[in-house]
Design a protein around this ligand. Sequence first.
Ligand code: ADP
Length: 612
Amino acid sequence: MRVDPIQRAIDEDLVRVLYAQDPIAFFTHWFAITVLVAPYWTNIPHPQLFAACFIFYGLANCAGLVLWMCQRRWPDTLQPRVWIYLHAVRNVLLYAAPGLSIWFSFQSAQTDLPLLHTVMLLTLAAGVFMSNGFDVINFTTSIAFLLLPTIAMHFGVHTFDRTLIASVLAFFFCAINVYSVSYRKLFQRVVQARVDQQTLAESLAEQKLVAEEANLAKTRFFAAASHDLRQPLHAIGLLAASLNDPEATRAQHAKTVDYIVNNVEALNQLFNQVLDLARLESGVAQVIPMHFRLSELFDRVGNQYWPQAAAKGLALRIAPTPAVIHGDPVLLERILSNLLSNAVRYTESGAIWMGYRRAGRATGGHIEVRDSGIGIAPDEQERIFEEFYQVTNPQRDARQGHGLGLPTVKRLVELHGSALRLRSAPGRGSVFRFSVEAGDAARIVAGFNEAASGAAAMQGRHVLCIDDEPAILEGLKSLFGRWGCTVRGVPDEALALRAIDEGFEPDAVLCDYQLANHRSGAEALAAVRDALHRRGRAQVVTLLITGDMASAELHALAAQGIPVLHKPVTAARLRRTLELLWRQPELTQEQLTEVGQGVVQALPQAAFGRQG
Ligand code: ADP
């Protein structure tokens, strides 16, 4: 049974307060026994009964002390509520004898004894209010035993003064009960305030810790990022300066230019990796799940890495699988590429294995990449998922990577609804594993490898490009021209609409996200789609291109499945995205419903592999 945390805190405090008074109560009760027995000493009515009653009182008092010792010694053996109930039982035993012993005073010949006894009981009642008033069960059991027999006995005498005493006692009994209710409410409010304050303090401490960790991670990130970005820039600067050397030969110049190109390429790759990661962090990355054969993906990724593996003398084994998967092939390809590239990089001898295991699961299985490489020490196994963290590259040699692969893989796997698991030991290789959902063979979209080879897909297409930057427009026009497309480049929405009015019917419209005149690309694309719709063209591929990463509008577009490509967009990435988008209308109606609007409208902006 789950106990409400506030109630539990109240119970814990109650236990503390109830039991705290018990040692003092132990001595008080011996004093009470003495004071109650003393007036009777010369003439005890019903001596045996009297002795039994007060021996019981003494024993109950000792039992109360034993209970107190047990609670002190083994506080956690019982729930706080159970300790409270046990204390109530102790109260019943402890207050029954003095309360009921009022009867002896009425049996005695001494007329003032009932009053003396009553005063003694009132003193005990005041003590009960102080020590047990916080808890309803402990209070009512004690006070009832102490006062109700006395009230009844006084009423039973039927004289005016005894009836008056009985009435006052009854009034006192009611009043003390009413007071104890407010006393308990106050107590609960105090405990609640303390618990609230404690929770607040704990959550503040937690947030502070998280903020400090984030700050440290950010510092590490910038230190590593600035180093890795500065290195190639520094090299480019030096190399560019050496181009001015009048004494250098043509061959030396050519070599310098080669170095510069290589460094620019390295810089470009690093930028792409950082931007990819930032895009994943910002939550605008889209997952477009499809049903596809896993073997096709394995072949595609395997083909990229087997030459590198063979060059190192490593066997790259890819387990044949008939499995059909439901997932985003583009994201999965990036995940597997990263894992295989690491496996090749960190394995000197032996083999690399990539395969799919169903592991008795009906709804899917998991993909594993294993290697017999250097392995990863247990204390590094969390850190390798931090950005720019590398175990074996203290000199940060860019040729050995930048430590961005695994953080990216981890986020991609999470984006895919799974978690990346690692099993590794130094010198014994590593296994990276994540789960995937089983697909339906009947819903397979045509082999996704085919899209890459679709040269014909571009030929003769009409493309409308909207961008207010003339250089980009020129670049796009020349690129699409080379691919055999008919291109129209315009700087804004008005001219795009005019081009459509003039009869230009594009198969694809590419638009920059931020246009001049405070128009957004999304608005321009909507206007173009409307214009084409009016001319009877329902299906047109539209694509936004942006350098913006975190605007709320972009998040909304990503959530609606509007296709967005993030700058820098490589030619291959652009082409592959368009080819896949053009293939979407060929899907059956059932497939369209299955993957939702996203497939027709959207393709992952994070297109296709590290290399784009
Ligand atoms: P990179 O490979 O670019 O350095 P990653 O983020 O992909 O960056 O990997 C981070 C670190 O994790 C690597 O520097 C390496 O030390 C360790 N690592 C990753 N994969 C493996 C592997 N298969 N075997 C051993 N170590 C690995």
